[in-house]
Design a protein around this ligand. Structure first.
Ligand SMILES: C[S@@+](CC[C@H](N)C(=O)[O-])C[C@H]1O[C@@H](n2cnc3c(N)ncnc32)[C@H](O)[C@@H]1O
Length: 166
């Protein structure tokens, strides 16, 4: 989006994750902001054409406030794109995790147990209209391409929502 001429902000509360984002190609054109989504978003109301929130909400307890904030900063006619680990993954015991390279220890960041209806109600109660919503199941083709996905064959892995601001 930045390469296409958009003014892009990238927000995360983790200095380590921001450092990784800053190291990516093209990051020089993006303004990075360290901020906790749980305390609102540091942008003016209606100031954004597009708001994307990728793989973050599974870590945020108050879904209603998070959607209210993304809706608030999006201009009328703009849209909000949300992707998240599908709630079914939590039910079958999967959540985000990484291995600490220093200690080799597995770390699981705090996660929230949202249901699909929580996403739908939180979004639609803030003036956002669902343009598109899809649940992406691991099929044979993905399992063949990604050995890590094989154990989730037949399970919905990803939730995607495109929400238009009225
Ligand atoms: C799975 S990573 C996704 C990173 C990036 N959005 C992407 O799609 O590549 C989840 C991110 O959510 C961030 N995060 C979790 N809770 C947050 C909060 N309350 N405010 C801001 N960022 C948060 C974490 O620091 C982490 O970088």
């Amino acid at each position: 989006m930045a390469a296409a001429g958009a003014r892009v902000f990238g927000l995360d509360f983790s200095p380590g994750m921001l450092a990784k984002a800053r190291a990516k190609p093209g990051a020089g054109a993006v303004r990075f902001v360290q901020h906790d989504l749980a305390t609102g978003l540091p942008f003016a109301s209606g100031s954004m054409d597009r708001v994307t929130c990728c793989l973050v909400l599974e870590h945020v307890a108050d879904l209603a406030s998070a959607f209210a904030e993304t809706s608030r900063i999006c201009r009328a006619g703009g849209f909000v794109l949300v992707s998240d680990l599908h709630p079914a993954m939590r039910l079958q015991g999967t959540q985000a995790q990484f291995t600490d390279p220093a200690t080799g220890r597995k770390t699981r960041p705090a996660g929230a147990r949202h249901q699909l209806s929580d996403y739908v109600l939180a979004a639609t109660r803030t003036g956002l209209h669902i343009d598109h919503m899809s649940e992406h199941v691991v099929d044979d083709e993905l399992a063949a391409r990604s050995p890590r996905a094989q154990k989730y064959l037949g399970w919905p892995l990803l939730l995607l929502m495109r929400l238009r601001r009225s």
